[in-house]
Design a protein around this ligand. Structure first.
Ligand code: PLP
Length: 214
């Protein structure tokens, strides 16, 4: 399927209230341009250098989402380009984003990444750590907490995936008294339909749109 056809198919099925982030990591700018011409504006990248380079080559109205592990020394590199950092997984990183955002005179939207999968390799805060951090987010005035993000276990066991998404959704509902904190980012190529059923507000879809990554 072409990039344009894949996006059309997802849009057809996706409720209009759910945002599609096209995960373009490892893919060339020409592929992103095709998606852009089909009306797609939000793209996800997981390597700082790659995001910065692509942002410089592509239209300025693209909203870049950072979705990978971010080292504190790379915050500066992405901050001028990024619309939402989805993968804040420590207070140390949060503090650095706040500091660099202040230096630029801006506020940066972030999500806290929460570990919901069974696998120990996937990063993220424990739900109780994320909640504790969210409760003193006012200590970091140059970040705006928009919600939480998570990745389910890579498995055919859809009940397991659904349980994990429910854990994340429940956390997001607990945090919904925090101003502007109303987003939950869950669902990828293999499990986004389940995420939609469980109340996601952002899906991050890569290989279904752009094909397999090498
Ligand atoms: C790569 C990636 C995706 C997209 O995965 P696909 O299975 O290709 O859709 C989504 N979220 C994160 C955090 C990723 O690293």
């Amino acid at each position: 399927m072409s990039i344009v056809a894949a996006i059309a198919q997802i849009r057809h099925e996706l409720p209009s209230t759910v945002e599609l982030v096209a995960v373009s990591k490892f893919k060339p700018v020409e592929d992103i341009r095709q998606a852009y011409e089909a009306g797609q504006r939000a793209f996800g990248e997981n390597r700082p250098q790659e995001l910065a380079l692509k942002a410089q080559q592509l239209p300025a109205d693209i909203q870049w989402h950072f979705i990978g592990h971010l080292q504190t020394n790379k915050v500066k590199l992405i901050l001028p380009h990024v619309a939402l950092i989805q993968s804040v997984d420590s207070e140390h990183l949060l503090a650095e984003i706040d500091k660099q955002a202040r230096a630029l005179g801006r506020t940066v939207d972030i999500l806290l990444e929460v570990h919901i999968a069974r696998e120990t390799t996937k990063q993220g805060l424990l739900p109780e750590e994320a909640e504790a951090l969210a409760r003193h987010i006012a200590d970091y005035p140059n970040v705006r907490l928009r919600g939480v993000m998570g990745m389910a276990t890579f498995t055919d066991d859809t009940d397991e995936v659904r349980r994990e998404f429910r854990t994340l959704k429940a956390l997001s509902q607990k945090l919904s008294d925090i101003p502007d904190c109303d987003q939950v980012s869950m669902g990828m190529s293999g499990d986004w339909r389940i995420a939609v059923e469980e109340g996601t507000t952002i899906v991050r879809i890569g290989s279904f749109i752009f094909g397999k990554r090498n």
